[in-house]
Design a protein around this ligand. Structure first.
Ligand SMILES: C[S@@+](CC[C@H](N)C(=O)[O-])C[C@H]1O[C@@H](n2cnc3c(N)ncnc32)[C@H](O)[C@@H]1O
Length: 385
């Protein structure tokens, strides 16, 4: 492995931005003195630089604005659009099931660049309302216009919870709301809000099913590198940071060869019926070892399904599937578990939005192993933020 980084969907693009800027600075600094002076001179004395076109830049956003609203920057949309597992699945769902969209009024919840609205318009929707709260809404308006769909797609800039829709009801709601660990960012509640307010009685929500899974992995190398590193940093004890690093689930890709046990379904959500409170739950698990090995972490991942398609369609973010930008979520265990083939690690996982910041997710893990070579029983707390 060795490619992990602790990130979230919102901050990924910030990380990318800052590293791009940093690279740029390094390039400037590495020129020899003569070149450097020349660069300085031209930037200090050149007053012929005209004001940048605000519409081209999208807005007068500062880096501080992007920190709080990373969806305004194109970088995060680029990452999502280039996730072909994600975007092509939505495209296939829409293009191969035009009967769901033809002459229908569609609501795109959190439209971003407007890609899903464009797919729906192309599939024959009567009208698409695309709601987007970030400044990307301005770009979505331009994109809709540039592609000749202004008469079919209306982009509305604002929060779903605050917007006034020009019509009372819609036939279809489509959204890509899933966060890391499925529930991080809590955008699901926004979809449920839109569903309860605007969807007709026999209307459909796409996707309409999401499931969370758990498995266990051997991960000695990475646990050493990310967690135990803090025990001895250049000869100093920084174990207080180790405690924090243990509490933050790590978002990264896991090699399927690291999987030691079966994969257990924790929770399935029916987006067309569930209540907002159903995203908080406690689910039991039983992970049975498929070989003798050590367990360092549990790994969570999800899949989503569009059950209303002519043929069941969806995708998985699991370690045995093609990688997506959601990767997997790794929860390190305090103990290294020595497990023998056939033995079971049993316990429960409790998941709930954080009370102070509902976009963060609190996770409580209870587990116990009563094996031949290892007996452990423990409760651990994690926070996705
Ligand atoms: C995961 S992105 C998906 C963007 C686009 N639909 C796509 O598939 O590429 C979710 C988008 O929803 C927007 N969003 C999140 N919460 C929202 C809310 N309450 N109201 C309006 N937009 C929201 C975000 O700004 C972001 O652009």
């Amino acid at each position: 492995m060795g490619r992990r980084k602790n990130s979230n969907k919102s901050s990924t693009s910030n990380n990318n931005n800052s590293s791009t800027n940093f690279d740029h600075q390094v390039t400037n600094m590495s020129v020899d003195d003569g070149d450097f002076e020349e660069t300085m001179e031209s930037s200090v004395f050149d007053d012929s630089i005209s004001e940048p076109d605000e519409t081209l830049l999208g807005s007068d956003q500062t880096s501080a604005d992007y920190y709080f609203d990373s969806y305004s920057h194109f970088g995060i949309h680029e990452e999502m659009l280039k996730d072909t597992v994600r975007t092509k699945t939505y495209q296939n769902v829409i293009y191969q099931n035009t009967f769901l969209f033809r002459n229908k009024v569609v609501l795109d919840v959190g439209a971003g660049t407007g890609i899903l609205s464009l797919f729906c318009a192309k599939a024959g929707a009567k009208h698409v309302y695309a709601i987007e709260c970030s400044h990307m809404a301005d770009m979505a308006k331009e994109i809709v216009k540039a592609n000749g769909f202004s008469n079919v797609i209306t982009v509305l800039k604002g929060k779903v919870e605050e917007i006034v829709l020009p019509i009372a009801k819609v036939d279809v709601i489509i959204s890509e709301w899933m966060g890391y660990f499925l529930l991080f960012e809590n955008m699901l509640n926004t979809v449920l809000y839109a569903r309860d307010k605007w969807l007709i009685n026999d209307g459909i929500v796409l996707p309409d099913r999401a499931s969370l899974y758990l498995t266990a992995i051997e991960d000695a190398e990475y646990k050493e590198d990310k967690i135990d590193f803090w025990n001895n940093v250049y000869g100093f004890n920084m174990a207080c940071i180790r405690k924090q690093s243990m509490m933050e689930p790590l978002v990264d890709t896991v090699d399927q060869n690291q999987i030691v046990t079966n994969c257990q379904l924790l929770k399935t959500m029916d987006i067309s019926k569930m209540a907002p409170g159903d995203a908080s739950f406690t689910a039991p698990f039983k992970l049975v070892a498929e070989r003798n090995d050590f367990i360092h972490a549990l790994v969570a991942y999800f899949d989503v399904t569009f059950t209303k398609c002519h043929k069941l369609t969806g995708f998985s973010t699991g370690p045995r599937s093609r990688a997506t930008h959601w990767k997997q979520t790794v929860l390190y265990l305090e103990d290294v578990l020595t497990i023998c083939e056939g033995e079971a690690l049993v316990g429960s996982m409790t998941v709930a939005p954080n009370k102070k910041n509902p976009r963060d997710v609190d996770i409580m893990l209870k587990y116990s192993l009563k094996g031949q070579r290892c007996q452990v029983s423990r409760t651990q707390h994690y926070k996705m933020r």
